[in-house]
Design a protein around this ligand. Structure first.
Ligand code: 0GY
Length: 295
Protein backbone atom coordinates (compact mmCIF):
# COMPACT_ATOMS: atom_id res chain seq x y z
CA UNK A 1 0.00 0.00 0.00
CA UNK A 2 1.12 3.53 -0.72
CA UNK A 3 0.61 6.51 1.52
CA UNK A 4 -2.58 8.52 1.37
CA UNK A 5 -1.90 11.81 -0.47
CA UNK A 6 -3.76 14.60 1.39
CA UNK A 7 -5.99 16.78 -0.78
CA UNK A 8 -5.20 20.43 -1.44
CA UNK A 9 -6.31 22.67 1.45
CA UNK A 10 -8.83 24.53 -0.76
CA UNK A 11 -10.19 21.37 -2.41
CA UNK A 12 -13.98 21.12 -2.51
CA UNK A 13 -15.23 17.56 -1.99
CA UNK A 14 -18.11 16.15 -4.03
CA UNK A 15 -21.64 16.59 -2.68
CA UNK A 16 -22.13 14.16 0.22
CA UNK A 17 -25.84 13.64 -0.28
CA UNK A 18 -27.17 14.57 -3.74
CA UNK A 19 -30.94 14.78 -4.05
CA UNK A 20 -33.01 12.29 -6.02
CA UNK A 21 -33.68 13.97 -9.37
CA UNK A 22 -37.25 14.90 -10.31
CA UNK A 23 -36.36 14.08 -13.90
CA UNK A 24 -36.59 10.36 -14.43
CA UNK A 25 -33.75 9.28 -16.68
CA UNK A 26 -34.76 6.97 -19.54
CA UNK A 27 -33.78 3.37 -18.96
CA UNK A 28 -30.22 2.74 -20.14
CA UNK A 29 -28.98 6.34 -19.74
CA UNK A 30 -25.20 6.89 -19.84
CA UNK A 31 -23.24 9.32 -17.67
CA UNK A 32 -20.66 10.00 -20.39
CA UNK A 33 -18.28 12.27 -18.47
CA UNK A 34 -17.09 11.41 -14.98
CA UNK A 35 -13.84 10.56 -13.24
CA UNK A 36 -12.35 8.44 -10.48
CA UNK A 37 -9.63 9.77 -8.16
CA UNK A 38 -7.49 7.07 -6.53
CA UNK A 39 -8.04 6.07 -3.82
CA UNK A 40 -4.53 7.46 -3.54
CA UNK A 41 -3.35 4.74 -1.18
CA UNK A 42 -4.05 2.22 -3.94
CA UNK A 43 -3.62 4.33 -7.09
CA UNK A 44 -1.26 7.22 -6.27
CA UNK A 45 -1.70 10.57 -8.01
CA UNK A 46 0.94 11.44 -10.61
CA UNK A 47 4.04 13.41 -9.56
CA UNK A 48 3.45 15.94 -12.36
CA UNK A 49 -0.18 16.68 -11.28
CA UNK A 50 -1.38 20.26 -10.93
CA UNK A 51 -3.81 19.49 -8.10
CA UNK A 52 -4.31 16.87 -5.42
CA UNK A 53 -7.99 15.99 -5.03
CA UNK A 54 -9.95 14.05 -2.44
CA UNK A 55 -10.31 10.33 -3.09
CA UNK A 56 -13.32 9.53 -5.29
CA UNK A 57 -13.48 5.79 -5.72
CA UNK A 58 -15.24 3.60 -8.29
CA UNK A 59 -17.46 2.37 -5.46
CA UNK A 60 -18.70 5.91 -4.78
CA UNK A 61 -19.11 6.54 -8.52
CA UNK A 62 -21.22 3.44 -9.03
CA UNK A 63 -23.34 4.25 -5.97
CA UNK A 64 -24.04 7.69 -7.47
CA UNK A 65 -24.88 6.07 -10.83
CA UNK A 66 -27.52 3.93 -9.13
CA UNK A 67 -28.84 6.77 -6.99
CA UNK A 68 -29.36 9.08 -9.98
CA UNK A 69 -30.78 6.35 -12.23
CA UNK A 70 -27.98 5.95 -14.79
CA UNK A 71 -27.14 2.56 -16.26
CA UNK A 72 -23.60 3.18 -17.48
CA UNK A 73 -20.55 5.43 -17.13
CA UNK A 74 -17.78 6.76 -19.33
CA UNK A 75 -14.80 7.43 -17.09
CA UNK A 76 -12.40 10.06 -18.36
CA UNK A 77 -8.82 9.85 -17.13
CA UNK A 78 -8.29 12.83 -14.83
CA UNK A 79 -5.11 14.87 -15.13
CA UNK A 80 -4.20 14.27 -11.47
CA UNK A 81 -3.37 10.68 -12.54
CA UNK A 82 -1.24 11.80 -15.50
CA UNK A 83 -0.68 8.93 -17.95
CA UNK A 84 -1.07 6.29 -15.25
CA UNK A 85 -4.47 4.93 -16.24
CA UNK A 86 -4.68 2.19 -13.61
CA UNK A 87 -7.48 3.65 -11.46
CA UNK A 88 -9.68 4.29 -14.52
CA UNK A 89 -8.92 0.86 -16.00
CA UNK A 90 -9.58 -0.87 -12.70
CA UNK A 91 -12.96 0.89 -12.50
CA UNK A 92 -13.82 -0.18 -16.06
CA UNK A 93 -12.75 -3.78 -15.50
CA UNK A 94 -14.84 -4.18 -12.38
CA UNK A 95 -17.99 -2.61 -13.85
CA UNK A 96 -19.37 -5.72 -15.54
CA UNK A 97 -19.24 -4.02 -18.98
CA UNK A 98 -21.17 -1.03 -17.64
CA UNK A 99 -18.26 1.41 -17.93
CA UNK A 100 -15.99 2.59 -20.71
CA UNK A 101 -12.83 4.64 -20.38
CA UNK A 102 -10.94 7.48 -22.00
CA UNK A 103 -7.17 7.29 -21.41
CA UNK A 104 -4.25 9.71 -21.39
CA UNK A 105 -1.27 8.23 -23.17
CA UNK A 106 2.18 9.23 -24.38
CA UNK A 107 3.91 8.92 -27.71
CA UNK A 108 5.49 5.65 -26.56
CA UNK A 109 2.14 3.83 -26.46
CA UNK A 110 2.29 0.51 -28.36
CA UNK A 111 -0.35 -1.44 -30.26
CA UNK A 112 -0.22 -4.07 -27.52
CA UNK A 113 -0.91 -1.43 -24.86
CA UNK A 114 -3.86 -0.14 -26.85
CA UNK A 115 -5.23 -3.64 -27.40
CA UNK A 116 -4.97 -4.37 -23.69
CA UNK A 117 -6.76 -1.15 -22.77
CA UNK A 118 -9.41 -1.84 -25.39
CA UNK A 119 -10.09 -5.20 -23.80
CA UNK A 120 -10.57 -3.41 -20.45
CA UNK A 121 -13.12 -1.03 -21.98
CA UNK A 122 -11.10 1.99 -23.10
CA UNK A 123 -12.42 3.55 -26.31
CA UNK A 124 -10.50 6.77 -26.70
CA UNK A 125 -7.78 9.16 -25.61
CA UNK A 126 -7.97 12.68 -24.26
CA UNK A 127 -5.87 15.58 -25.57
CA UNK A 128 -5.85 18.34 -22.98
CA UNK A 129 -4.98 21.95 -23.82
CA UNK A 130 -6.07 23.60 -20.56
CA UNK A 131 -2.90 25.20 -19.24
CA UNK A 132 -3.83 25.13 -15.55
CA UNK A 133 -4.23 21.32 -15.83
CA UNK A 134 -1.33 20.09 -17.97
CA UNK A 135 2.04 21.04 -19.42
CA UNK A 136 2.16 21.70 -23.14
CA UNK A 137 2.30 18.67 -25.46
CA UNK A 138 3.68 19.13 -29.00
CA UNK A 139 1.01 18.68 -31.69
CA UNK A 140 3.21 16.06 -33.42
CA UNK A 141 2.91 13.90 -30.31
CA UNK A 142 -0.87 14.10 -30.38
CA UNK A 143 -0.94 13.38 -34.13
CA UNK A 144 1.27 10.34 -33.65
CA UNK A 145 -1.04 9.03 -30.89
CA UNK A 146 -4.06 9.73 -33.11
CA UNK A 147 -2.49 7.70 -35.88
CA UNK A 148 -1.98 4.73 -33.56
CA UNK A 149 -5.41 4.68 -31.96
CA UNK A 150 -7.47 5.22 -35.10
CA UNK A 151 -7.09 1.59 -36.21
CA UNK A 152 -8.82 0.47 -33.03
CA UNK A 153 -11.92 2.52 -33.81
CA UNK A 154 -11.13 4.80 -30.86
CA UNK A 155 -11.97 8.49 -30.77
CA UNK A 156 -10.33 11.59 -29.33
CA UNK A 157 -11.69 13.78 -26.54
CA UNK A 158 -10.32 17.32 -26.54
CA UNK A 159 -10.43 19.80 -23.69
CA UNK A 160 -9.70 23.46 -24.41
CA UNK A 161 -11.03 26.89 -23.51
CA UNK A 162 -12.94 29.23 -25.83
CA UNK A 163 -10.05 31.64 -26.40
CA UNK A 164 -7.90 28.78 -27.73
CA UNK A 165 -10.32 27.49 -30.36
CA UNK A 166 -9.20 29.76 -33.19
CA UNK A 167 -5.57 28.62 -32.88
CA UNK A 168 -6.55 24.96 -32.48
CA UNK A 169 -8.96 24.76 -35.42
CA UNK A 170 -6.43 23.62 -38.05
CA UNK A 171 -5.20 20.92 -35.66
CA UNK A 172 -8.70 19.72 -34.80
CA UNK A 173 -9.51 19.43 -38.50
CA UNK A 174 -6.44 17.23 -39.01
CA UNK A 175 -7.57 14.59 -36.52
CA UNK A 176 -8.51 11.34 -38.25
CA UNK A 177 -11.19 10.07 -35.83
CA UNK A 178 -14.41 11.22 -34.21
CA UNK A 179 -13.49 14.17 -31.98
CA UNK A 180 -15.50 14.94 -28.83
CA UNK A 181 -15.13 18.43 -27.37
CA UNK A 182 -15.46 18.69 -23.59
CA UNK A 183 -17.99 21.17 -22.20
CA UNK A 184 -18.69 22.82 -25.60
CA UNK A 185 -15.17 24.26 -25.60
CA UNK A 186 -15.95 26.24 -22.44
CA UNK A 187 -17.71 29.32 -23.89
CA UNK A 188 -17.55 32.61 -22.04
CA UNK A 189 -21.18 32.87 -20.94
CA UNK A 190 -20.88 36.62 -20.38
CA UNK A 191 -20.47 37.11 -24.14
CA UNK A 192 -23.77 35.41 -25.02
CA UNK A 193 -24.68 32.75 -27.58
CA UNK A 194 -24.53 35.10 -30.55
CA UNK A 195 -20.95 36.22 -29.91
CA UNK A 196 -18.49 35.24 -32.62
CA UNK A 197 -16.53 33.02 -30.20
CA UNK A 198 -19.43 30.65 -29.57
CA UNK A 199 -20.59 30.90 -33.16
CA UNK A 200 -17.09 29.79 -34.20
CA UNK A 201 -17.68 26.62 -32.22
CA UNK A 202 -21.12 26.13 -33.79
CA UNK A 203 -19.56 26.58 -37.23
CA UNK A 204 -16.83 24.07 -36.40
CA UNK A 205 -19.50 21.47 -35.66
CA UNK A 206 -21.54 22.43 -38.72
CA UNK A 207 -18.59 22.08 -41.06
CA UNK A 208 -17.04 18.94 -39.52
CA UNK A 209 -19.36 16.00 -39.12
CA UNK A 210 -16.81 14.06 -37.08
CA UNK A 211 -16.86 16.69 -34.30
CA UNK A 212 -19.15 16.01 -31.33
CA UNK A 213 -19.75 18.02 -28.15
CA UNK A 214 -20.35 17.21 -24.53
CA UNK A 215 -23.14 19.45 -23.27
CA UNK A 216 -21.75 19.27 -19.76
CA UNK A 217 -20.71 21.35 -16.77
CA UNK A 218 -23.17 24.24 -16.38
CA UNK A 219 -21.70 24.58 -12.89
CA UNK A 220 -18.32 25.49 -14.41
CA UNK A 221 -19.63 27.84 -17.08
CA UNK A 222 -22.39 29.64 -15.20
CA UNK A 223 -21.74 33.10 -13.80
CA UNK A 224 -24.97 33.03 -11.80
CA UNK A 225 -24.66 29.65 -10.06
CA UNK A 226 -27.50 27.15 -9.57
CA UNK A 227 -29.90 26.56 -11.28
CA UNK A 228 -27.57 27.74 -14.09
CA UNK A 229 -30.19 29.64 -16.10
CA UNK A 230 -27.53 31.63 -17.92
CA UNK A 231 -26.07 28.59 -19.73
CA UNK A 232 -29.29 26.95 -20.98
CA UNK A 233 -29.32 28.78 -24.33
CA UNK A 234 -25.79 27.59 -25.17
CA UNK A 235 -26.61 23.93 -24.56
CA UNK A 236 -30.00 24.18 -26.24
CA UNK A 237 -28.42 25.52 -29.44
CA UNK A 238 -25.94 22.66 -29.64
CA UNK A 239 -28.47 19.95 -28.75
CA UNK A 240 -31.01 21.28 -31.25
CA UNK A 241 -28.40 21.77 -34.00
CA UNK A 242 -26.53 18.49 -33.59
CA UNK A 243 -28.84 16.01 -31.84
CA UNK A 244 -26.86 12.99 -33.05
CA UNK A 245 -23.47 14.31 -31.89
CA UNK A 246 -24.00 15.32 -28.27
CA UNK A 247 -23.19 13.58 -24.98
CA UNK A 248 -24.13 14.36 -21.40
CA UNK A 249 -22.31 13.63 -18.14
CA UNK A 250 -22.24 14.64 -14.50
CA UNK A 251 -18.49 15.44 -14.34
CA UNK A 252 -18.52 13.83 -10.88
CA UNK A 253 -16.50 14.34 -8.65
CA UNK A 254 -16.24 17.86 -10.14
CA UNK A 255 -12.50 18.59 -10.04
CA UNK A 256 -11.33 22.10 -9.26
CA UNK A 257 -14.71 23.62 -8.51
CA UNK A 258 -14.02 26.71 -6.44
CA UNK A 259 -17.32 28.63 -6.30
CA UNK A 260 -19.57 25.80 -5.06
CA UNK A 261 -20.08 22.06 -5.29
CA UNK A 262 -23.07 21.10 -7.46
CA UNK A 263 -25.77 18.73 -6.32
CA UNK A 264 -25.63 15.92 -8.90
CA UNK A 265 -29.41 15.43 -8.64
CA UNK A 266 -29.90 19.05 -9.63
CA UNK A 267 -27.62 18.55 -12.63
CA UNK A 268 -29.84 15.68 -13.80
CA UNK A 269 -32.88 17.92 -13.44
CA UNK A 270 -31.15 20.33 -15.83
CA UNK A 271 -31.28 17.82 -18.72
CA UNK A 272 -34.88 18.52 -19.86
CA UNK A 273 -34.08 22.23 -19.97
CA UNK A 274 -31.39 21.66 -22.61
CA UNK A 275 -32.98 18.63 -24.34
CA UNK A 276 -36.72 19.32 -24.04
CA UNK A 277 -38.24 16.37 -25.93
CA UNK A 278 -38.13 12.63 -25.20
CA UNK A 279 -36.49 12.08 -28.58
CA UNK A 280 -33.67 14.55 -27.90
CA UNK A 281 -33.22 13.05 -24.44
CA UNK A 282 -32.99 9.51 -25.85
CA UNK A 283 -30.35 10.55 -28.39
CA UNK A 284 -28.33 12.50 -25.82
CA UNK A 285 -28.46 9.95 -23.03
CA UNK A 286 -28.67 6.60 -24.83
CA UNK A 287 -28.34 6.43 -28.63
CA UNK A 288 -25.27 8.65 -29.02
CA UNK A 289 -23.15 7.27 -26.16
CA UNK A 290 -24.13 3.68 -26.97
CA UNK A 291 -23.09 4.17 -30.60
CA UNK A 292 -19.76 5.70 -29.61
CA UNK A 293 -18.85 3.46 -26.69
CA UNK A 294 -20.72 0.15 -26.78
CA UNK A 295 -21.16 -0.76 -30.47
C1 0GY B 1 -13.30 18.18 -16.09
C2 0GY B 1 -12.68 19.47 -15.83
C3 0GY B 1 -11.53 19.73 -15.17
C4 0GY B 1 -10.52 18.80 -14.81
C5 0GY B 1 -10.16 17.70 -15.47
O1 0GY B 1 -8.81 15.88 -15.87
C6 0GY B 1 -8.98 16.87 -15.16
O2 0GY B 1 -8.24 17.21 -14.26
O3 0GY B 1 -10.85 17.27 -16.51
C7 0GY B 1 -11.26 21.13 -14.85
O4 0GY B 1 -10.51 21.41 -13.90
O5 0GY B 1 -11.82 22.03 -15.54
O6 0GY B 1 -13.72 17.92 -17.21
O7 0GY B 1 -13.40 17.38 -15.18
Amino acid sequence: MNNVQPMDPDWLEFHPDPKKPYFQLPEGAVDAHCHVFGPSAEFPFAPERKYTPCDASKKKLYALRDHLGFARNVIVQATCHGKDNRAMIDACRSSGDLARGIASVGVDITENDIAEMHEAGVRGVRFNFVKRLVDDTPKEVFLSVADKIKNFGWHIVVYFEAQDLEGLEPFLKQLPTTVVVDHMGRPDVAKGVNHSDFQRFVRLMTENENIWSKVTCPERLSLQGPPYDDVVAFYAEIVRGFPDRVLWGTDWPHPNMKSHMPDDGLLVDYIPRIAPTPELQRKLLIDNPMRLYWS
